[in-house]
Design a protein around this ligand. Structure first.
Ligand SMILES: Nc1ncnc2c1ncn2[C@@H]1O[C@H](COP(=O)(O)OP(=O)(O)OP(=O)(O)O)[C@@H](O)[C@H]1O
Length: 249
């Protein structure tokens, strides 16, 4: 079998922010490699740098040191034009707040990334995506007519419409109840397996992380070397792993 394509490669990424009179290091020599079709969870205490890691992976923020490549293209050294091409073609981003535009229908929101790059969305692709996400009968509804879970799945469809090689998701199940969070994670796991899209998901919730192929823990800006591979939503095993990472930091 051929070696899977590397979608995201972060090497020795450091990032600090000025906070008042001091500079605080938020990420310290973080290295992470994610291959096509992998579903990776990043857990960690509040303030440990998880969102910063995702923002740097997406090229929204830049590292002080180290490198970040999406599908082999270095996002740190790319000019704005290439960076926006990488974002539009290779990358999908799911925010905790769904960021759907209230004046557009679900279908119009989902198609927006293609429209913004001047392309029409093939209707069979839109239909199959909405069908796969259980949204086929909601296409003409506006965001305020949708449940939280439906809005979140619409945000996933919008991230997928461009067929990215990787999706970065920041606490995507944070506003959902247990059943909706399970539904969302099962959709992401299915996408990884069926279309070989990679997903990196930041989450506080063990139940969400238990859907992933592997779990990493970020503590005080350092990515723990240990990797946990959840089996059958074993929350006790996952909690033990998380606690042992905290203790060893
Ligand atoms: N633009 C910024 N300027 C200054 N400090 C920042 C900036 N962005 C993040 N920070 C600080 O960096 C640290 C890490 O923030 P980050 O949002 O990455 O953590 P997190 O692990 O995602 O937290 P949470 O789980 O609470 O969302 C925090 O102390 C935060 O205050």
């Amino acid at each position: 079998m051929s070696e899977k394509e590397i979608c995201l490669e972060m090497r020795d990424v450091c990032k600090s922010y000025r906070q008042g009179i001091k500079r605080v290091e938020v990420l310290h020599e973080v290295s992470l490699t994610v291959k096509r079709g992998e579903f990776v969870a990043i857990m960690g205490p509040s303030g440990s740098g998880k969102s910063t890691l995702l923002n740097i992976a997406a090229g929204i923020d830049s590292p002080d040191k180290g490198s970040v490549a999406i599908s082999g293209k270095n996002v740190c050294t790319s000019d704005e034009k290439l960076l926006s091409k990488i974002r539009q073609h290779q990358l999908g981003y799911i925010f905790q707040s769904y960021n759907l535009l209230p004046m557009l229908t679900l279908a119009q929101n989902v198609q927006l990334p293609l429209r913004l790059r001047g392309e029409k969305c093939p209707s069979d692709w839109l239909d199959s995506l909405l069908e796969r996400l259980g949204l086929a009968d909601r296409a003409g509804h506006f965001p305020d007519q949708l449940s939280g879970g439906e809005q979140q799945r619409a945000a996933i469809a919008r991230a997928l419409i461009t067929e990215p090689s990787i999706i970065l998701a920041d606490e995507p199940s944070g506003n959902l109840d247990r059943a909706a969070a399970d539904g969302l994670c099962s959709v992401l796991a299915d996408l990884c397996a069926s279309v070989e899209c990679a997903v990196v998901m930041v989450t506080h919730e063990p139940i969400a992380a238990s859907w992933c192929d592997s779990v990493r823990v970020l503590i005080d800006g350092k990515l723990n070397d240990n990797v946990y591979q959840p089996k059958g939503h074993d929350l006790d095993g996952l909690n033990d792993f998380y606690q042992s990472c905290l203790l060893s930091s």
